[in-house]
Design a protein around this ligand. Structure first.
Ligand code: GRG
Length: 296
């Protein structure tokens, strides 16, 4: 990672942690246990890839950082809710997330369910109560964008397909369809929401949409590779889980070398979509590299 990019990431991550601390409910307020569990599940963990993408897209679009911070927080809250629910016994049944006990292990299952519910509600409350764009109609479109990306035609739908595919052999297009929804939809939304806090033309937004889709898929292909190659301590979550759970992945379908090649090809295509943005897309390019070259 270039040191300039590293400093940019560190500055955004530290700023964002403060934003989240301020937006999450006070743990002293009733119901204290639920509020503490919400904070436990969101704060002090994760790479913050989606918020970083929102900040980079916002910079490209000349957006106000206060506005981008709100959409980044909303996306991260949806992401954190999905991890809490995904880890529960009724889904992936895992005990480790972001190097800590999962929410239902640290608290209990009912609390984990409520943490997911309330983080999702809070995400939309934030988008509704803060000014994100001077054009109110555009702001409504942004709220709808996150709703669609999170719902049955987005992340939750992808998760349903994932749960139904255990023990089955999917074709490559079927696997791609699942991941474009389960993982890709929220990553794409992060890019588009960050950009829409500023000003971008319709053709530019279409280019960024394309970038978001490609990099969202690349993220998942790399996730599959890391699940096989890295250990639990490095990942901060249980390694080798997909193979153990008999889930189809890019590695099980293509083999590790072709999966790596696929991630590199998706990165190349993603970078091509940014060609016309010049220097303003530098952070997005660096994030594309980070997503493909990361080790955790
Ligand atoms: C429960 C509705 C619902 C959806 C769950 C995202 C998801 C869908 C499940 C998470 C399980 C999983 C391993 C998904 C694949 C890729 C992914 C989203 C990994 C986790 O994201 P990172 O690596 O995590 O950005 P951090 O902790 O860095 O934020």
């Amino acid at each position: 990672m270039p040191s300039d990019f590293q400093s940019w990431v560190a500055a955004r991550q530290s700023h964002f942690e403060g934003v989240l601390r301020g937006l999450l409910p006070n743990p002293e307020a009733t119901p204290q246990r639920l509020h503490a569990a919400m904070r436990y599940s969101v704060l002090d963990g994760g790479k913050r890839v989606r918020p970083l993408l929102a900040f980079a897209a916002g910079e490209l679009a000349g957006a106000d950082v206060v506005r981008v911070s709100i959409v980044a927080a909303a996306v991260e809250m949806i992401h954190a809710y999905s991890l809490v629910h995904d880890d529960m016994p009724c889904m992936d049944n895992d005990v480790l997330r972001r190097g800590k006990p999962t929410c239902h292990v640290q608290y209990d299952e009912a609390t984990a369910l409520l943490v997911g519910d309330t983080l999702q509600a809070l995400a939309f409350q934030l988008l509704a109560e803060h000014r994100l764009n001077d054009d109110a109609a555009r702001q409504l479109e942004m709220i709808k964008l996150l709703a669609v990306a999170s719902g049955s035609r987005g992340m939750a739908g992808g998760q349903a397909i994932d749960l139904a595919s255990v023990g089955k052999s999917l074709t490559l297009p079927e696997l791609e369809f699942m991941h474009i929804h389960k993982t890709g939809a929220l990553i794409r939304a992060a890019v588009l929401l960050g950009a829409q806090c500023g000003s971008v033309s319709a053709p530019q937004l279409a280019q960024l949409d394309h970038f978001g889709k490609l990099i969202g898929l690349a993220f998942q292909v790399v996730d599959d590779v890391l699940d096989c190659e890295e250990d639990t301590a490095t990942l901060g979550k249980t390694a080798g889980k997909d193979a153990n759970n008999d889930k189809p992945t890019y590695v099980s379908l293509l083999g590790i070398n072709d999966a790596r090649d696929m991630a590199r090809r998706l990165r190349r295509e993603a970078l091509e979509t940014l060609a016309e943005f010049g220097d303003s897309a530098q952070r997005l390019r660096e994030l594309a590299d980070f997503i493909v070259l990361r080790k955790f």
